[in-house]
Design a protein around this ligand. Sequence first.
Ligand SMILES: NC(=O)c1ccc[n+]([C@@H]2O[C@H](COP(=O)([O-])OP(=O)(O)OC[C@H]3O[C@@H](n4cnc5c(N)ncnc54)[C@H](OP(=O)(O)O)[C@@H]3O)[C@@H](O)[C@H]2O)c1
Length: 336
Amino acid sequence: MGGMGLKVGVYGGSGYAGVELVRLLAGHPEIGALSVASRGYAGLGIGEVHPQLSVDGTYVSPEEIEDLDVAFVAYGHGESAETVRELMRSGTHLVIDLSADFRLPHEELYGEWYGEHPAPELLMEAHYGLPEVFGAPAGRLVANPGCYPTAAILALAPVVRRMEGIRSVTINALSGVSGAGAKPSVKTHFVSVNESAGAYGAPRHRHTPEIETILRRVGEVPDVTFVPHLIPITRGELETIVVDVEGVPEAEEVLGWYAEDYEDWVFVEAREEYPHVAHVANTNRCRLSAAVDSRAGKLLLFSAVDNLLKGASGAAVQNMNLALGYEEDLGLEHLE
Ligand SMILES: NC(=O)c1ccc[n+]([C@@H]2O[C@H](COP(=O)([O-])OP(=O)(O)OC[C@H]3O[C@@H](n4cnc5c(N)ncnc54)[C@H](OP(=O)(O)O)[C@@H]3O)[C@@H](O)[C@H]2O)c1
């Protein structure tokens, strides 16, 4: 990699995750050259399309970018894989994919939930980029986790690691509308979501198999019930997780597990106070808490993240930092 700073490219730089990436990467001290591709806006000034960004430069078409050290791919699932394959073939040192294309380990499982996989030969090569659970990414391809799985796995991994006999896991999740991406739809239209709230995607939301398969690398977990809800806020997610387990631990004990497991990681923190979306919005934090419903004999876990930062672009930059041997929060200090 060059001595003049990293050559970094963003594919899909006009979507919600892409814009957030551009904002973060434009201020990253190790980046020498940033190219931002957009299929829809190539040729237009980035600040012209997104006046909220004070970033110089012009969107280019994806074919115009070459010789990258690091590439971020922020396309939808199914679309990302082809671009990732090309980048891997052309020798890009590190490829970080924000879509779901490389998060599930098997072609069959991907097929069951998403359809035919466009680049199955790369599935085994991908490292699931949740460093607080699996360490710094190894290898050239990082599958950046989904937003809901980030919040769920960070809350559940310390419990699953230590407890046998988990009978059920029920995740109730609330999400802001940016989680649905920039493409307009009837379901995410202002009038459909404003002054309202409702469940969607249950019981087969596509993040369900991601939560299950990734948690099973840590310990035994039954199939998970995952119920997301759309609420009328722009960004942020909150999960309330009900765990039915033999020998429910004390809440203080669970908070102690969180403190122990996440001691060396700056962005994950447990507190007695239940997390709110506003405690994490516009940050790269995941805030956790725990309580026990002793009457019903259940463990309650609470987890909040900003879907666009710790749930997507903030985590992607954190993964780049760790994969390249920098501090995890380089260029992200303002989001702690
Ligand atoms: N949103 C989240 O909270 C979140 C969280 C975690 C992971 N992800 C994943 O990250 C990837 C990108 O997500 P996203 O939320 O950024 O998706 P998005 O906003 O829908 O953007 C995806 C791509 O669609 C194109 N696009 C942008 N605005 C558009 C519009 N108004 N109409 C039609 N196309 C438009 C852009 O392509 P060009 O730039 O090439 O023109 C953009 O890069 C997805 O795989 C998603 O699952 C998203």
